[in-house]
Design a protein around this ligand. Structure first.
Ligand code: NDP
Ligand code: VSD
Length: 324
């Protein structure tokens, strides 16, 4: 028994100390993607997280463009950013579902250094009750819209010449890392973005373009206030496993992640755990994070099972209560 334990210890200790050693001596070489003077193009920049991103990027000295549908909300955003930062923001009114309109806006905006695909819609509902139109709406805006944006922006982004590294940032959600009750269509659209991003990063690394996927929890935004009016109770109960954030906090984390060229960008503590637990085969630039992912994998699987167990208990209780 003692011998077995000793053997186990040796088997574990050798790779762990080797990795620790590597993590300490091999400094991760973070790519610095500067915001200052770069052209940052943000979709959904007239509200919530996108608006906070636009504010902060402008404050950092970026040249900011925002795209959304509603022209008066765009103008309002432009005015508020001018007032707060003294900087002029270019606005483009277009629906991301319309490729021609997106293509024209991106051409008019000029060469982009950092493309932030942040537009998104969320209409939570049990799949059985959700209409096909609502399902298609989420897939079209969140997933196809992002394809449209990237297709339109890529030719110019690839010919970056000496403009330094570029970035394509995509706003996912923690519901794009784990399926959540009431989010079948929304989660599908956000999980889809991850598959796209993993493939795209391989295609673009040769052009020094870095893909970042951002995973916020519930965030206080106008969109979230609307969502809350119709969100199934169980969706809220399960989503509360991760603490809610303010749009400004999410924007701050997102910009830090983009600037360091991180592929996975979590936003809060639960998000870090979730990202380690779902690291899968995604790229990892930081040796330290790679090390943590390896060491924490099994213990986080246990934590994940506990979360699932807890969620299924909530669902069971909710059904039991309904029958009373
Ligand atoms: N708030 C939250 O709890 C969370 C949000 N997210 C994600 O963050 C992103 C932003 O969310 P949030 O700030 O809450 O959203 P808001 O609803 O507050 O803002 C959404 C923005 O997207 C624009 N938009 C919506 N549809 C389209 C379209 N078809 N074409 C162009 N622009 C469009 C809106 O402008 P307009 O209507 O004028 O077009 C608006 O500027 C989304 O991708 C969302 O999925 C992720 C996790 C949590
Ligand atoms: C292994 C450890 C696991 C750690 C905790 C897991 C917590 C998961 C919570 C998921 C919350 C999903 C919120 C989606 C928000 C969103 O996108 C909508 N508000 C629409 O905008």
């Amino acid at each position: 028994m003692g011998l077995l334990l000793l053997l186990l210890l040796i088997i574990l200790i050798i790779p762990i100390s080797l990795l620790t050693f590597l993590a300490i001596i091999v400094r991760p070489k973070p790519t610095k993607i500067p915001l200052k003077n770069s052209h940052v193009f943000i979709t959904g920049g007239s509200s919530g997280i996108g608006l906070a991103l636009a504010h902060q990027a402008a404050l950092e000295g970026a040249q900011v463009s925002i795209l959304a549908r509603n022209p008066s909300k765009l103008q309002e955003a432009k005015d508020s950013i001018k007032l707060a930062t003294g900087r002029d923001v270019a606005v483009f009114s277009a629906d991301v579902r319309d490729f021609e309109a997106v293509d024209k806006a991106i051409r008019d905006a000029g060469p982009i250094d950092i493309l932030v695909c942040n537009q998104g819609v969320f209409v939570p509902q049990e799949l059985e009750k959700e209409s096909l139109e609502e399902i298609k709406f989420m897939i079209d805006v969140n997933l196809m819209g992002t394809f449209h944006l990237i297709k339109a922006a890529l030719p110019n982004m690839k010919n970056r010449g000496d403009r330094g590294p570029g970035s394509i940032a995509i706003m996912s959600s923690q519901a794009g890392q784990v399926g959540i009750y009431g989010y079948s269509a929304y989660s599908a659209s956000k999980f889809g973005l991850r598959g796209m991003a993993e493939a795209l990063q391989q295609e673009l690394i040769g052009d020094d373009i870095h893909v970042s996927l951002i995973f916020p929890p519930d965030t206080e935004t106008p969109g979230f206030a609307e969502e809350n009016k119709r969100r199934p109770q169980l969706t809220s109960i399960i989503a509360a496993s991760s603490g809610a954030m303010k749009a400004e906090e999410v924007a701050e984390k997102a910009l830090k992640g983009i600037q360091s060229g991180s592929f996975i960008v979590p936003c809060n503590f639960e998000g870090i755990l979730l990202s380690i637990a779902t690291a899968g085969l995604s790229p990892q630039r930081s040796f330290l994070m790679a090390f943590i992912e390896v060491v924490a994998a099994s213990i986080l699987r246990i934590a994940a099972l506990c979360f699932q167990w807890n969620w299924y208990v909530s669902i069971e209780r909710w059904h039991a209560q309904k029958k009373l």
